[in-house]
Design a protein around this ligand. Structure first.
Ligand SMILES: Cc1cc2nc3c(=O)[nH]c(=O)nc-3n(C[C@H](O)[C@H](O)[C@H](O)COP(=O)(O)O)c2cc1C
Length: 302
């Protein structure tokens, strides 16, 4: 079975990816969190820092682009091509209100005419440059049934992989994935379909492996970084090495304490599952305001 690491904005940055690869590994492709090019700025210095090959060595990385604009997509794609990327992903799933209001991400899923125009341009560019473009999609904006028409559009283009997160925009990340529409995608998509959504336990993955040979995992790998290892006992020492690599990595590229701690605390909102009986100790971590306080708080768990 193949495993893809889902893009998680603000979390699966290059510092995190490198640490995960070093201490866990087993990932066939990492999808970078979205970049949002505009007509006149394709890649920001921060995008370049995140995606440059020097910061992603030994990692199979797929950059993700969030736009509804072919000039912005192709402009960013060309710069990424020059950095060595021959595979890109288009985000048609982001449910954030501000993104959808601009008709991007899941907000673009109702704009079928504009979608075909975008696809005409980007797949023409991709074909003449030998680049593959995959799509990460939700089922629709307002109703799952939109997916029947959306899939018809997708089937007109050489989408390299169709990653389906079977929810609609308003589901956000809550509730159960709408599996009957995922099954519909598997049956009717011309592109290979990859499943994404709510795979949190080994049992979830084993069940999915009956019909999917590749899955994309997101939060499951945060709740349990060993999710795909199926070890008998959780290796806490390895987890802390992983933690330290991220913590020190962030300290090197961010300042002051507040920024680093913000990112570490976001991880602890998931990592608290590693310490289910230590609610109080984890809450203390979430309250810390300086490196000194943070280090004292994690010492209680280490
Ligand atoms: C904090 C957070 C950030 C996310 N950022 C992105 C992103 O940049 N691009 C994207 O396509 N999806 C993004 N997603 C969605 C995930 O990639 C994934 O589709 C979703 O979490 C469902 O998979 P999971 O249940 O395995 O986590 C994000 C989700 C979360 C919770």
């Amino acid at each position: 079975m193949k495993f893809y690491f889902a893009p998680l904005e603000g979390i699966t940055r290059y510092i995190f990816r490198n640490a995960y690869e070093k201490y866990y590994g087993g990932i066939d492709k990492y999808f970078a969190p979205f970049i949002s090019p505009t007509d006149n700025c394709f890649l920001t210095p921060k995008n370049v820092r995140e995606l440059c090959p020097e910061h992603n060595q030994g990692i199979k990385l797929v950059p993700q682009i969030l736009t509804n604009n072919s000039v912005a997509f192709i402009g960013a794609a060309k710069e990424l091509y020059d950095m060595g990327y021959k595979e890109l992903n288009l985000n048609l799933g982001c449910p954030s209100g501000t993104v959808c209001a601009k008709k991007k991400g899941a907000g673009f899923l109702t704009e079928w005419y504009e979608m075909e125009q975008l696809f005409d341009s980007i797949y023409e560019w991709a074909a003449s440059n030998n680049v593959q473009i995959s799509v990460k999609t939700r089922l629709g904006r307002f109703a799952s049934e939109e997916f029947y028409d959306i899939l018809e559009i997708y089937n007109k283009y050489p989408i390299s992989e169709l990653i389906v997160h079977p929810r609609i925009e308003k589901d956000y990340y809550k509730g159960k994935p709408r599996m009957e529409f995922y099954e519909y995608a598997v049956e009717h998509s011309k592109a290979p379909v990859i499943y994404n959504g709510n795979l949190f336990t080994c049992e979830d993955i084993i069940k999915r492996s009956e019909t999917s040979d590749t899955v994309m995992l997101g939060r499951g790998l945060l709740y349990n970084p060993e999710l795909i290892k199926q070890n008998n006992a959780f290796d806490f020492q390895n987890f802390w090495s992983f933690h330290d690599k991220i913590y020190h990595g962030y300290q090197e590229i961010m300042s002051p304490d507040k920024n680093v701690l913000f990112h570490m605390k976001e991880l602890w909102t998931y990592w608290k599952e590693i310490y289910p009986d230590e609610g109080r100790a984890v809450r203390n971590i979430l309250k810390t305001k300086s490196y000194g306080e943070y280090e004292a708080a994690i010492r209680n768990l280490k």
